[in-house]
Design a binder for this molecule. Structure first.
Ligand code: SIN
Length: 315
């Protein structure tokens, strides 16, 4: 039997991505060189490092650590400021969708950044980061405060008319995801990205008998392989509770094509790669694309829609 031709392009409403695989915000997407490398790569879109109004140096180093079961970070939003990212986009012509990640330190700053971003024709969508766990002495994670989340979205959609996605923190109870979905379903949101790193983990170095990163006495956001089950569970439940017009971008624990297949089976339309991209570099997009296409060929699926969200229960 002839193999079907496999197509891993997807659409998020009117935004078309030639591949469903992209970088996660924060992973090698801060500087001009890093963004240029992403522009040239086979990723389906580019997500910029979450930016603030003023450039930030971020937290004291060491602030990232990797081992075989995942990563811990407390970067503290080091970024070059929104004007740098908007200028970069003005200078560079590309067909690739650009998701400008923003993470203001207050609701007011976020509103200001959204107004600025909406003036640029080069920003395809904003990915509003409501889930950074690493800011010392600033506001708590907005994604965990449902009243604030609801108030904030009402304020945003009074003036913001362009495509908007939300980067969400991980939730650990079904009722929380159901309640967040009830809030999000009221707004013309394009996509949610779930999940950001799991807050307040600790890695221990048993040789030195110490923590491995400096900020927050070693507490940080956990990413990579060990968080995949939590990412899959969040995707699965948001797929159940969100309006079908809101797409899900899966993020968490992707190291190979099988991981991507699992994210899509749970309901993701696209995926982001963070820790493994940091460890492997820009060639990862070619490898993951090849691996995903090979899985789809073996299973005789011709597109992402053939299996998206079709995870079966055991009967
Ligand atoms: C950071 O810069 O601290 C990480 C950003 C995030 O996890 O949202």
């Amino acid at each position: 039997m002839d193999k079907k031709k496999v197509n891993i392009s997807i659409s998020i409403k009117d935004i078309k991505l030639s591949s469903c695989i992209m970088n996660a915000s924060g992973a090698i997407c801060t500087t001009e060189k890093e963004l240029n490398d992403l522009l040239k790569s086979s990723s389906g879109a580019i997500v910029t490092k979450s930016c603030t109004f003023f450039p930030r140096k971020g937290n004291v180093k060491p602030r990232y650590f990797y081992c075989e079961y995942g990563s811990i970070n407390s970067m503290g939003l080091p970024n070059l400021g929104i004007d740098f990212y908007l200028d970069f986009l003005e200078k560079n012509k590309t067909e690739k969708p650009i998701f400008l990640s923003i993470s203001g330190l207050s609701i007011e700053e976020n509103c200001f950044l959204l107004k600025k971003a909406s003036l640029s024709s080069k920003v395809t969508a904003v990915e509003l980061n409501l889930s950074c766990p690493n800011i010392l002495g600033e506001e708590e994670i907005i994604g965990y405060d449902f009243y604030k989340l609801s108030y904030f979205l009402k304020e945003i959609f009074k003036f913001y008319k362009k495509p908007l996605g939300l980067k969400l923190p991980p939730y650990f109870k079904e009722i929380h995801i159901k309640n967040v979905a009830i809030i999000l379903n009221q707004f013309p949101i394009y996509f949610v990205t779930c999940i950001n790193s799991i807050p307040n983990g600790i890695f221990v170095n048993s040789t030195t008998e110490s923590v491995v990163i400096y900020p927050k006495k070693g507490f940080g956001g956990i990413g990579g392989l060990s968080i995949k089950p939590f990412a899959l569970a969040n995707i699965r439940l948001f797929h159940l509770y969100l309006r079908k017009e809101i797409s899900i971008i899966g993020c968490g624990g992707i190291t190979n094509g099988v991981d991507i297949f699992e994210h899509i089976l749970c309901g993701a339309s696209a995926v982001q790669v963070g820790t493994q991209f940091i460890e492997e570099g820009i060639s990862i997009f070619d490898r993951l694309k090849k691996e995903l296409i090979s899985i789809l060929e073996k299973k005789n699926y011709s597109s992402i829609d053939n299996f998206k969200g079709n995870l079966k229960d055991l009967v």
